[in-house]
Write a protein that binds this ligand. Structure first.
Ligand code: GSH
Length: 211
């Protein structure tokens, strides 16, 4: 049994989406971010960094979005959301996983929370630098998707990394150059958003932007 601690639109979104896509039973517990529920002892006992998401798997907490995404895909092989280690697409799957968690999530964290690494006077400089970093990432992801034969990161079949990338692309929607400024990424987003699980996710999280 799964229990997801989430906040609408946060990094928990991909986990929520995958749980719906996998069509498995789960409980979703919404965190009150304004009340800083994610910084309270009860939540810190599950997720010591006090960040979202946390997934309880049979009562045991699992943290780190990328780890949760890979774990869910691995636990439900019948849904074919990740290739096996013997599959020729497996290296690409791992590269996408690590590039999203290492190359994309950290600059977004700095975009949304520049105060993590600078004071007020450095905010503009940090945001300018991470904006350039993120746009460089979109160049590379756009090339990847644009040269994929089937329109998904691993070719013609959707996999867990496509959901993960889509979530991070969504975070760019109010940036000066959102990911959808890159045509191959815009087409990819349309494809992902057409999934029935996406509409259900939006309904459950009460989201409207970028629909
Ligand atoms: N590396 C962590 C980062 C998660 C993260 O930064 N989550 C954000 C929401 S998107 C968060 O918890 N923000 C609230 C805060 O840090 O106070 C992961 O991938 O799980």
């Amino acid at each position: 049994m799964y229990t997801l601690y989430y906040a609408p639109g946060a990094a928990s979104l991909v986990v929520h989406w995958l749980l719906l896509e996998l069509d498995v039973p789960f409980e979703a517990r919404r965190l009150d971010v304004d009340a800083r529920e994610h910084k309270q002892p009860a939540y810190l006992a599950l997720n010591p960094a006090g960040v979202i998401p946390t997934l309880l798997v049979d009562g045991k907490p699992v943290v780190e979005t990328g780890a949760i995404v890979a774990l869910l895909a691995a636990r439900h092989p019948d849904k074919a959301l990740m290739p096996s280690a013997a599959d020729e697409r497996y290296p690409a799957f791992l590269q996408a996983m690590f590039r999203i968690s290492n190359g994309l999530q950290p600059p977004f964290r700095h975009w949304f929370y520049p105060q993590d690494i600078t004071d007020e006077s450095g905010t503009d400089t940090v945001k300018q630098k991470v904006r350039a970093q993120i746009e460089g990432e979109w160049d590379r992801w756009s090339t990847w998707i644009g040269s994929s034969a089937g329109g998904y990161l691993l070719g013609g079949q959707v996999s867990a990394v496509d959901f993960y990338l889509t979530m991070v692309m969504r975070w760019s929607r109010n940036m000066p150059r959102p990911a959808t400024d890159w045509a191959p990424l815009a087409e990819f987003a349309q494809r992902m958003k057409a999934r029935p699980s996406f509409a259900e996710l939006y309904r459950r999280e009460g989201l409207t932007e970028w629909s």
